[in-house]
Design a protein around this ligand. Sequence first.
Ligand SMILES: NC(=O)c1ccc[n+]([C@@H]2O[C@H](COP(=O)([O-])OP(=O)(O)OC[C@H]3O[C@@H](n4cnc5c(N)ncnc54)[C@H](O)[C@@H]3O)[C@@H](O)[C@H]2O)c1
Length: 335
Amino acid sequence: MIELAVFGAGRMGQIHARNAALHPGLNLKFIADPIDSPARDALLAMTGATLATPEEIFADPAIAGVVVASSTDSHAELIRAAAEAGKAVFADKPISLDFAAVLEVAAAVEAAGVPSMLGFQRRYDAPFRALKQRIDSGASGRLETVLMQSRDPSPPPASYARSSGGFFRDSAIHDMDMARYLLEEPVARVWATGSCLVSEELGAIGDIDTGMIALTTVSGRIATLMNSRRGPMGYDQRLEAFCAAEVLSVGNQRLSPLAISAPDGETLQPPMNYFPARFAQAYADEMDAFARLIAEGTPPLATMADGLEAQRLVEAAIRSLETGLPVDFAPDWRP
Ligand SMILES: NC(=O)c1ccc[n+]([C@@H]2O[C@H](COP(=O)([O-])OP(=O)(O)OC[C@H]3O[C@@H](n4cnc5c(N)ncnc54)[C@H](O)[C@@H]3O)[C@@H](O)[C@H]2O)c1
């Protein structure tokens, strides 16, 4: 049995800890979270894990891997410490809000040679995976443009947004990763625009809640990322891959697939309301990938290097947002 520890008992920590506890090949030994809360107690009771400090976790030779699902500002230190302690590490995005720290942490993980993966769960999601496999099969012809619409049901509280690094670092990073994953080609230009149309509270802390990013690859293919903190119909996660021979799309997954047709029209169920429901299976599949990475060395679908590259694109989008100008995105571009 592979022994694990999870850092963080918040929204993502609860998802990952439950998935680890339910996985037949994993034993969730420890949970670490410095904040005493009913949610933390409930998670410890539900998973049977013991509360521990980082020092206890990193010093325990039985711990083979750690899941870093704590607040973003703790990721870099925990990932580095895990690598130095020789533990496999599965970190949620982003690696850090500070790009210099992202580079350092990615290098430290590589130097330590520990197995590692990053939490870009859309790569594990069945509909997105099927779309990727169709493109890879060649049946669709050349992928020419990608259009993504990613909209949260409602804005987060300013307390979360303040430490999230802003809308692009917190949210658009998933879309950046998906664009890279599908296009599989270096990006040559990044252009972004954004506004605050939804939440005065977010505007007051200098964040945006509505954004558009255009990526152009070296051969001229284009990805357009539309993001909003508003979702009048719920959590909106759609993607269209426009190829030479076919148009592929991932639509919203509905609360129920039931469509009701009646004399006055047709009713569809609204989309699943947010990421814990929409990506529930993808998160479970990520945990299974972590187990297989540790047990068999099976490469994960998203690596620390993918986290670094998605974040480099995000930093370029932020530069474009700030200057109003497109960014020429050379392979050595740094914020
Ligand atoms: N992949 C995804 O779909 C997805 C979705 C949401 C959030 N996230 C990421 O997951 C991370 C956590 O987000 P969340 O929404 O769960 O936040 P949250 O605020 O709900 O929970 C964070 C938890 O981490 C704890 N914490 C803080 N410092 C810690 C430390 N040093 N050690 C252990 N625990 C610590 C806090 O006490 C809190 O309980 C963020 O980095 C966020 O970007 C990823």
